[in-house]
Design a protein around this ligand. Sequence first.
Ligand code: NAP
Length: 320
Amino acid sequence: MMREIEDKERVCVTGAGGYVASWLVKYVLLKRYMVHGTVRDPCNEEKAHLKKLEYASENLQLLKTDFLDIEGLCAAVAGCTGVFHVAWPAPAGSVTNPEVQLIEPPVVGTRNVMNSCLRAKARRAVVVSSVGAVFLNSSWPKNQAMDEECWSDEEFCKNYYCLGKTVAESEALEYAKRGELDIVTVCPSIVIRPMLQPTINASSLLLLSIMKGLESVEDRDRSLVDVRDVADALLLVYEKPEAKGRYICSSFEITMKELTDKLKSLYPNYNYPESFIKVDEDLKLSSEKLQNLGWKYRPLEESIHNSVNNCEERGVLPKV
Ligand SMILES: NC(=O)c1ccc[n+]([C@@H]2O[C@H](COP(=O)([O-])OP(=O)(O)OC[C@H]3O[C@@H](n4cnc5c(N)ncnc54)[C@H](OP(=O)(O)O)[C@@H]3O)[C@@H](O)[C@H]2O)c1
């Protein structure tokens, strides 16, 4: 059963202007929540799309907050019954000290968000993690789909994004284990378009890279999920009282070669890679726990059509 939304319930969304968060803000506004969206620069034109969302003029407040500023965060979360922690920094400039530049800020930021929830006595916080905190586990049995019991091995993580996600998510869940906060985490796989925000984020480059004439690509396994299905999942785990722990949020497993073939069959006139370098891996993720909670996802073809149209409309992909 879904919870009834109390009259004008308030929720906070961190990093509100980002790719995933913009869709989440759209959906929570449509459900008539009052939204405190944190952004680092509310005057930035790149956040203008938020103000144009339905019900934004009356129900969305954009608050200037950096997640490293605990007092600012506490002010943003004050009065909210729920918090969606979506923000995550993209590395800026050259990285000379990955621990300090890539791990510390988001881990401290997540801790600050959890502490601001504690102070505000929030009912539940939903933390966006990633399958990067799941799949880098060398001891998981081969041929068995990875589920929420599987954690990336911090020693084995050569990827700082995945390491940061693993540390931040496990720290967040510790708050729940200690009984201090009701925390649910969601681990999306690669999130594919369409975008509401004006600038292109990293995961949106996946389809573009295939359709823009690379000569060869590594034929890796990719797990994909539509951004709108991620936003649905975040709202679902927030609203369902029985949601608990972590949830993998991934719809499709596909190799780069299979994805290319699918794109080619739907949009034959683009310039596709001809050669594929096979990489021996076998990535299987199970979103059964989320599906059992009631999550549904749209067909891959729908995501592809919407993504390609979105790219063509924005001129990042020529119409051919
Ligand atoms: N996209 C994917 O494929 C994917 C897959 C799995 C998980 N995820 C996770 O999903 C979440 C959203 O990803 P996304 O692709 O939507 O990223 P995005 O578009 O880059 O958005 C990230 C947001 O984080 C905010 N941010 C960065 N540093 C901050 C700081 N110090 N304080 C406060 N806010 C800060 C940015 O805010 P400003 O606007 O103020 O710069 C930005 O809006 C992240 O947690 C990401 O790790 C994404």
